[in-house]
Design a binder for this molecule. Structure first.
Ligand code: FES
Ligand code: MG
Length: 580
């Protein structure tokens, strides 16, 4: 840890001093209103004000414990001589928010940025973990560039059912397919309903939540080892208290996020998510987060890195067996990173240490089956491949380690669905003539077409084929896929069909070739015919004519650049408000 005798800020150098410490009516009013809150002057004046941004909500089971956990953060802040103030912010519940919380990631990022800027805040503790909440909080905080520590919500406990260990999400898809195939019935489903998610905390597979909180730890914005601590473990309280203590020191040292969120840090986060076999969603979010930190990160960085990083985390769905609690007790992220030190930049600072090398001192792996050795990886290459070709000129991604290998080089006739509802309604219709060799195509599910790029990318396999034992097919869309999903699903096709990307021009019966080794995705239709189809194409109607949806539609960027809002991704400073 950074020594506690680090240079300390004089009270008048704190940002919050403009609100509390100056002469004049405004400052008097701010002090009077703090008395109204019940605080004595000596409890807060001259101390770093720490905003605790809490994404707790009654509707969000992944963050159900964060209301309580904020008390541990406050304890840490008080102990270290700071003044904690909790701010409830938007909750992005992956389960409940429709059409997808991705539509609202940038809204939480804006809220984060504007709250931190407009209030007397010297440093922030960001509490979240359910999928998009991690990138949203960090994007907003990076734009303000105050000192900040991220407190990951932590994974829920593993599920248990009839002697099996259940992964939320992953096993939900699996058993739903089993039910559609007639292998299990209503009794089993009723039991599963109570068994899949058994405690507060985010999904405990290596889904989007675990991937993104691990990325946050790899970036260096958490307490070491924080990302895998189970949500309900007493260690999670201690980690939260530690985060509260750290933020006060970071304010005194003026170690802002920009000192931590460097190009090297993002490169290491890419290495980490690939070596974990993590969620494809991390590609979009890391590109967006890097953009806010002024770091240029591209799809090619992921593909290039993937070829050098073995997958060592044997955690479902990419790995075979284990869940996040196993990963935690096998050594967690520090243990995992200790297996790949030469692939990392270890001289960069974190929120807790002057170098990542110090942060990893003593880290080790306690179970070589959960966190594999380099000579016995889960997969020889990182979990994500970036495809290009006439169907995706700006790129597409596939999590090939979660697909049946026979499909990684495949040519088949397209069966095209124009939207998700039609697909849901008709997928089981025998008249479509879908075979195991067909290539299922879904369009109008991208950033603007979805809108919000919903996680529709694991298109369902027709029931008839499931009954025959087919469990994977090539599927292509401009959607995303849940981090807990699997299969030969080509995702994030850019540009999306809604804006006239080539996916909009595909017709049922066209042959499509996927070749992951060659990183290629093509529709076997010549350019002249594609040009004819383009000339006949008309854009679909706007999804939203007013409100936030209209702002989103105007501003959201394509998947390959992170789906941030153009006006938020733009460089340039926003001035501090006048407070005195
Ligand atoms: Fe919240 Fe999976 S539903 S992390
Ligand atoms: Mg998810």
């Amino acid at each position: 840890m950074v020594p506690v005798n680090a240079p300390r800020k004089r009270p008048e150098d704190l940002r919050s001093h403009q609100w509390y410490g100056t002469e004049g009516l405004r400052s008097f009013s701010h002090r009077a209103r703090t008395r109204q809150l019940g605080y004595l002057p000596e409890e807060h004046l001259g101390k770093p004000v720490v905003a605790i941004l809490n994404t707790w909500s009654d509707i969000n089971p992944c963050h159900a414990h964060l209301r309580d956990r904020a008390q541990a953060v406050k304890r840490g802040v008080w102990q270290a001589g700071g003044f904690p103030l909790e701010f409830p912010v938007a909750t992005l519940s992956e389960t409940f928010q429709k059409p997808t919380p991705m539509l609202y990631r940038n809204l939480l990022a804006m809220e984060t940025e504007e709250l931190l800027r407009s209030y007397p805040v010297d440093g922030a503790v960001l509490m979240g973990g359910c999928d998009k909440s991690t990138p949203a909080l960090l994007m907003g905080a990076a734009s303000v560039d105050l000192p900040a520590v991220f407190v990951p919500a932590g994974p829920m406990l593993p599920g248990h059912w009839r002697g099996e260990t259940l992964g939320s999400g992953t096993d939900m898809w699996k058993y739903w397919d089993d039910r559609r195939a007639g292998l299990i019935g209503d009794c089993e489903m009723a039991e599963l309903e109570s068994a899949l998610a058994r405690s507060p905390g985010h999904c405990m597979t290596m889904g989007t939540a675990s991937t993104l909180t691990a990325a946050a730890e790899a970036l260096g914005v958490t307490v070491p080892g924080a990302s895998s601590i189970p949500a309900v473990d007493s260690g999670h309280d201690r980690m939260a208290a530690r985060a509260g203590m750290r933020i006060v020191e970071l304010v005194h040292r003026d170690r802002r996020l920009s000192a931590v969120l460097t190009a090297d840090a993002f490169q290491d986060a890419v290495t980490t998510v690939l070596g974990l076999g993590g969620s494809t969603n991390a590609v979009i979010h890391l590109i967006a987060m890097a953009g806010r930190a002024g770091v240029r990160l591209t799809l090619d960085d992921f593909d290039r890195t993937a070829r050098t990083v073995p997958v060592l985390a044997n955690v479902r769905p990419g790995g075979r067996r284990y869940l996040m609690e196993d990963f935690h007790f096998a050594g967690g992220l520090p243990g995992f990173l200790s297996r790949i030190p030469e692939l990392l930049h270890l001289d960069r600072p974190t929120v807790c240490h002057d170098t990542y090398r110090e942060q990893l001192a003593g880290a080790r792996v306690h179970d070589d089956d959960v966190i594999r050795t380099r000579d016995n990886p889960v997969a020889a290459e990182g979990g994500v491949a970036v495809l290009r070709g006439n169907l995706c000129p700006d790129g597409a991604v596939i999590k090939h380690i979660a697909a049946e290998p026979r499909l990684l080089r495949h040519t088949g006739p397209a069966v095209v669905f124009d939207d998700y509802r039609t697909m849901q309604r008709t997928i089981d219709d025998p008249a479509l003539g879908i075979t195991a060799d067909s290539v299922l195509v879904l369009r109008n599910a991208g950033p603007r077409g979805g809108p919000g790029m919903p996680e529709y990318g694991m298109l369902p396999i027709p029931g008839r084929l499931l009954e025959q034992g087919v469990r994977d097919m090539v599927r292509i869309s401009d959607a995303r896929m849940s981090g807990t999903s699997y299969g030969a699903c080509v995702l994030h096709v850019a540009p999306e069909s809604y804006v006239g990307g080539p996916l909009a021009l595909v017709r049922t019966g066209d042959l499509i070739t996927l070749d992951v080794a060659a990183r290629s995705l093509r529709v076997e239709v010549d350019d002249a015919e594609l040009a004819r189809r383009r000339a006949a194409w008309t854009p679909p109607p706007a999804r939203h004519r007013r409100g936030y949806g209209a702002l989103y539609d105007e501003q959201v960027t394509q998947a390959d650049t992170g789906c941030d809002f153009a006006f938020l991704a733009r460089p340039g400073e926003v001035p501090d408000p006048y407070a005195g």
